[in-house]
Design a protein around this ligand. Sequence first.
Ligand code: SAM
Length: 400
Amino acid sequence: MRLLEGRHHIVIPCSPGIAPFLARELRDLKMPVIEERATSVSTKGDFADVVRLNLNLCTGQRVLWRLASFTASDPDQLYEKLMPLNWEELVPVDGYFSVTSVVETPTIRDSRFANLRVKDAIVDRLRRCHGRRPDSGPLRDQLVFHLFWQQDEVKIYLDTSGPTLAQRGYRLDPGKAPLRETLAAALILASGWRGAQTFINPMCGSGTLAIEAALLAQRRIPGLLRQHYSFQSLAGYKNMELLSLRAQALREARPDRKIRLIASDHDPLMIKVAKENAVRAGVAGVIEFITCDFAETPVPSSANPGGVLLCNPEYGVRLGEEEELKITYRRLGDFLKQKAAGYEAFIFSGNRNLLKEVGLRPARRWFFDNGGIPCELAAYPLYAGSQTKPETVSEPVNPA
Ligand SMILES: C[S@@+](CC[C@H](N)C(=O)[O-])C[C@H]1O[C@@H](n2cnc3c(N)ncnc32)[C@H](O)[C@@H]1O
């Protein structure tokens, strides 16, 4: 069996809450959604689709190409069933690979042992083919194989991305408590903002939200920024496909599209970092960066209905203290009520108590995870005649 030919299962892991947005991205790319789970979405396609997904997806973590699935009840069976695969089609004899895994099977207590058996099978097969063996180790910057072994069900994947797709390449200095780029992109998609109206991002930190919003509106796909993917380390891989997809993406990008984004932070160092990140992302020209308290952020008139104001204030776990932050959230609520009429406001926070201090009832909530902390994005439509009322009761709103 040729391992890179034909249509295979493709699995794209994501963090909790993101799967619906990832599934939407797949459908937009005309890929079938076979299964949507809490932390992954599956599709099916050929290897050209894998390259396309790596370049285009904004919310997925990595693109896993299924090489084989079979049953194995112990490490020796695993080795025996992996050996016949044509690893020499994938791994250059002088190449380097690493193995990652998720293992839940009674015969394995330490997943590193399963990884070792995968490595042995690949190395022994290549030694038999070429008389020499490739190198292997923990680095994920070249070829990566991923073992998923649950009870006696084994699935072995080529991780075609390597380092997470969240690493777009523009954020060298993350600042304090930054959002992962994939999560920031999901928040923009949830907000519904696509560039027609003003986008305001008070408390912008390193600028991730404003930068992801600008990239999305100008159709600059992540693959225009990121330099390397694991699939480029495949034996005999020619960059032609990647180059032609990049060229097509450049033709489809709209860097001249007029959009208006305002990003502010009271910390001048964060504004400097955010500006540098925006320069690297190629969107510095469309984001107006301002050093000010969030309440002084300019909010262009509500004659522009449908504008989006999205912010990610500190929420007291990693930075700041809850009591102090209550004042910030109350002031944020006042700012929204007094200055942001005509906009739809969104607050992303990991602290429900603090969100209550805003004093507005969210019309909608989406639930996510940020670095292991359950978080939510709360939506407050503030346009005339909207349903947002001052909060009098705190009743749960169903997750989307
Ligand atoms: C959680 S961080 C935002 C991180 C950002 N989303 C990112 O990806 O980098 C919160 C930011 O709010 C800023 N901030 C806190 N209080 C503020 C205030 N009163 N006015 C303006 N900015 C404030 C902090 O300087 C910090 O950069």
